[in-house]
Write a protein that binds this ligand. Structure first.
Ligand code: V07
Length: 261
């Protein structure tokens, strides 16, 4: 109780004076966000600070992906969506893009078995067909080998852009109207939801972005209408279990009103 009051006096949000054990207990004793989105920013900057190539930052970032999956699974999150590669990322240097496209293949070798053991279902959001053949095969293998799993839903947004996703939904809905399947007046939020790549998933309760940037960058624009946004200066390769649970702790201590008072 005293701890709680001290925290209120300090600031609106905790500054991380709980130990990891206390934090985990607090988080587990409160409602867990059902769906959490991650914008995994800062790998390049992390590498630069150490005089390493940007690719070293991406490799370190992949290790944190593993830690976040385990941490989410262990507290019973229903779904996480990781923004791994945007449609804009093709503009990066060729070597960097080639390296990024190899990461799912590496991840397949190192982590598929653990994901199966954890009953995790892996899905892709985005045009995976436009990735190199070997990457595409790895992405499909993840999906196929985990499709009947009933635990944590793990979405990788690869070659994803939210405006593209919305445009595609608009085209599909127009087709439905033209085919006489629905009337224009019947188009509502539910119809739109059914045509987005996230169909079947709850909207994200919480979006986490690392690396100090306070932008959404074309990630799940429709779906985040009521999401809590949480930003940290930490670079993605430094973002581990403790920071993740701190974000959930802060989420649990904010009040969400969906526009009401
Ligand atoms: C990527 C590592 C994490 C930091 C952000 C960018 C770099 C894991 C995957 C992955 C994707 C699909 C899959 C299994 C693993 C990945 C890309 C980049 C393109 F089925 N990390 N990671 N994919 N980074």
């Amino acid at each position: 109780m005293l701890e709680t009051i001290k925290r209120w006096m300090g600031s609106a949000e905790s500054k991380g004076e709980l130990t990891l054990e206390e934090l985990t207990r607090e988080v587990r004793n409160n409602p867990i966000p059902r769906h959490i989105g991650f914008i995994m920013d800062g790998n390049g900057r992390w590498a630069k600070k150490r005089g390493l190539p940007r690719t070293a930052g991406h490799l370190a970032g992949m290790k944190r992906v593993r830690e976040i999956i385990r941490s989410a699974d262990e507290i019973g999150v229903e779904a996480i969506t990781l923004y791994s590669f945007s449609t804009e990322n093709w503009k990066r240097p060729k070597e960097e893009v080639e390296y990024l496209m190899k990461l799912p293949i590496e991840f397949l070798k190192s982590d598929l078995q653990e994901l199966i053991d954890r009953n995790v279902r892996v899905q892709m959001l985005g045009a995976k067909e436009e990735t190199p053949t070997s990457t595409y095969r790895a992405l499909v293998e993840f999906e196929e080998k985990t499709k009947d799993n009933t635990g944590l839903i793990l979405n990788f947004a690869i070659n994803y852009g939210s405006r593209d996703e919305i445009l595609q939904a608009i085209r599909e809905i127009i087709d439905e109207v033209q085919n006489g399947n629905i009337d224009k007046e019947q188009i509502d939020e539910q119809v739109v939801n059914q045509h987005l790549l996230t169909r079947g998933l709850p909207d994200p309760d919480l979006i986490i972005r690392t690396s100090g940037e306070m932008r959404i960058s074309n990630f799940l624009l429709w779906q985040i209408a009521y999401s809590e946004l949480w930003f940290t200066e930490a670079l993605w390769p430094d973002f581990g279990r403790e920071a993740f649970y701190q974000a959930i702790y802060d989420f649990q201590n904010r009040s969400r009103r969906y526009g009401a008072v």
